[in-house]
Design a protein around this ligand. Structure first.
Ligand code: ADP
Ligand code: ASP
Ligand code: MG
Length: 417
């Protein structure tokens, strides 16, 4: 007997018929003699719909009320799925995130988990029940409800798997594994049999939506056996593990993209020691995450520099910089939004010179100019104009020998936002 955590994403529980299919799948797992803890996301586009309704009433809702609202989506799923399992003659019980023991820091919208006290989950398992837990939510010490950020149900699943010492954490979604790039963009993307935690962490951080970055972090630190597979078929999925075997001749294992990029440029800044610490210290204090930073040459004692933030934080970043104007002499501050970040990731890059140069060459042959670059041992990222994203990804996919002739399986609705 093994203990499984099975997580089903939004499209996997998108309507009652899909819910029933998922319930059958869970019962089959129990019939094989296993214990099951199930984590669910909100049904289909529920989270987006809730956000839309909130915006219609108040374009600047408080983060607290947004968390109160968004956590209801997962609660609908957990109770319906539990009922669907019960209708198959099995005992099931659903828990909200806080009932399952998720304690978080006091930050709305992107709270980190501080601790998990899963005694109720464990007691229910001991009673032979199937446990269904609402994803992406927890509670602060003061009893405030928090969420983990978009896509955070993956993190609920992996963190819970670590807390209850599960044998496997399976992430069921609308594609049948992790691919060399988003299979919705490149139809000849290659399904990976396995991928290392480190490569997957880079891909997830760089925008590959298939796994929430914190879920990968948790899996890596707690050695959780993580499998991504389809809820629409029984195909073998992709295993995320310590070390993945590298295919010969493949230096780049994956390509990711992130459309949620804004660039802020500060022009004509007086160049004195400590100026960068002042700017980025102020941004950090405002809780704004800065990604790529580029400083250009100094002329006449003045420098220009640019940095990227997520689109949702660009307004706040601009006002932080404008707020510094009195003490920080600069000429102008601008922001651009129609940008994307394309990244290549591969553990083999470290030992193969010229991989980044090839990326720049491929992008330039698409007639696209590169605005910013950032590199680490196993990745290179380029910020480019958003208009040519698909062509650039397809060209990179071909250039790094990632194309296959196998038809990609995509099981969910095609009209996702
Ligand atoms: P869920 O609702 O199940 O959590 P998500 O939409 O969050 O599903 O994640 C699955 C989606 O991730 C896929 O439909 C696919 O478009 C996207 N995706 C992006 N990059 C990849 C990749 N490298 N491999 C597989 N899927 C990817
Ligand atoms: N429902 C949340 C979202 O849409 C969390 C999740 O699905 O992982 O982002
Ligand atoms: Mg997801």
């Amino acid at each position: 007997m093994s203990l499984y955590v099975m997580k089903f994403g939004g499209s996997s529980v998108g309507n009652t018929e899909r819910m029933q299919r998922v319930a059958k799948r869970i019962v089959e797992k129990q019939d094989e003699g296993h214990q099951c803890v199930v984590v669910v996301s909100a049904m289909g586009d529920t989270t987006d719909d809730l956000i839309e309704q909130a915006m219609a009433l108040n374009p600047e809702p408080t983060a607290r009320e947004m968390d109160m609202l968004m956590t209801t989506g997962e609660q609908i799923s957990m109770s319906l799925l539990s009922m669907a399992v019960q209708s198959l003659g099995r005992e099931a019980v659903s828990f909200t995130g806080w009932q399952a023991g998720f304690r978080t820091e006091a930050v709305h919208g992107k709270a980190r988990i501080i601790d998990i006290l899963p005694s109720r989950v464990q007691e229910a398992l001991a009673r032979g029940q199937i446990v269904v837990v609402a994803g992406f939510q927890g509670m602060t010490e003061d009893g405030e409800i928090t969420t983990f950020g978009r896509g955070g149900s993956d993190t609920t699943a992996v963190a819970l798997a670590a807390a209850i010492n599960a044998d496997v954490c399976e992430i069921y979604t609308d594609v049948d594994g992790i691919y060399s790039t988003d299979p919705r963009i490149v139809k000849c993307a290659r399904k990976l049999k396995e991928i290392s935690y480190d490569e997957m962490l880079e891909l997830a951080n760089l925008g590959a939506a298939v796994l929430h970055p914190r879920a990968v972090e948790y899996a890596k630190h707690n050695h959780v056996r993580l499998v991504v597979r389809s809820s629409f078929n029984n195909n073998e999925g992709t295993v995320v593990k310590e070390e993945a075997s590298m295919e010969q001749g493949v230096v780049v294992s994956g390509i990711a993209y992130d459309k949620n990029v804004a660039r802020i440029s500060i022009l004509g800044v007086a160049d004195y020691p400590g100026v960068l610490a002042e700017v980025f210290g102020a941004l950090a204090q405002a809780g704004i995450n800065v990604d790529i930073i580029v400083q250009s040459g100094v002329q006449n004692g003045e420098a220009d520099f640019s940095f990227t933030v997520s689109k949702s934080e660009s307004e706040s970043a601009l006002s932080v910089i404008q707020g510094l104007k009195g003490g920080l002499p600069y000429r102008e501050v601008t922001s651009e939004e129609n940008l994307v970040k394309v990244s290549i990731v591969g553990a083999g890059m470290i030992s193969h010179p010229g991989v980044a140069a090839q990326m720049f060459d491929v992008i330039s042959k698409q007639g696209v100019s590169i605005k910013m670059v950032s590199t680490s041992e196993i990745k290179t990222s380029c910020v480019i104009d958003g208009g040519n994203l698909e062509e650039v990804i397809k060209a990179l996919h071909t250039a790094y020998n990632l194309d296959t002739d196998v038809q990609v399986f995509v099981g969910g609705p095609q009209d996702r936002r």
